[in-house]
Design a protein around this ligand. Structure first.
Ligand code: ZN
Length: 153
């Protein structure tokens, strides 16, 4: 049986680092959560559009590699993002998932799934489907509207 693996354990091959560095600008900077960004997931359940990933802006593979003094910032980011996703996507609730290592964690860059929930949405039985770049950019723009622009530094 093959050993489960993770993509992107090396930052140079990490899809999240590549997305955050992209000029397409899908990374949404979170207010009151320095060092954390939101990225729309590239696979989403149709009834749960707005599935967002919370990721550290620097490449950290797993929760065990997260410095203890960054744990509070992660929870502050999660609080800010769940509030924003609820507003941006008119969700009645949120499901948060954290996979640690394979087979649950498929990308080797620490991330939490923030999934908008709606009454009778069929979650989690409905399969997720690939979401194209234009839809992910639309979701990023919708979410970005929940956070005032950062002042120029
Ligand atoms: Zn990365």
């Amino acid at each position: 049986m093959p050993t489960p693996t993770m993509r992107g354990v090396d930052p140079a091959g990490c899809p999240f680092c590549q997305t955050m560095a992209s000029p397409d600008g899908m990374g949404v900077t979170l207010q009151a959560a320095e060092g954390w960004l939101a990225l729309p997931a590239d696979r989403q359940r149709p009834a749960n559009l707005g599935h967002i990933l919370l990721v550290p802006a620097i490449h950290i593979a797993t929760l065990n590699e997260l410095p203890d003094d960054h744990a509070g910032a992660m929870l502050a980011a999660l609080k800010a993002l769940t509030t924003a996703v609820r507003q941006a996507f008119a969700a009645t609730g949120i499901t948060v998932r954290l996979n640690l290592g394979p087979p649950g964690q498929s990308v080797g860059h620490l991330h939490l799934h923030v999934i908008p929930r709606h009454r009778d949405d069929g979650f989690p039985t409905t399969a997720s489907i690939p979401i194209g770049l234009p839809e992910r950019q639309r979701q990023a723009d919708t979410l970005r509207g929940q956070f005032p622009a950062h002042p120029a530094s």
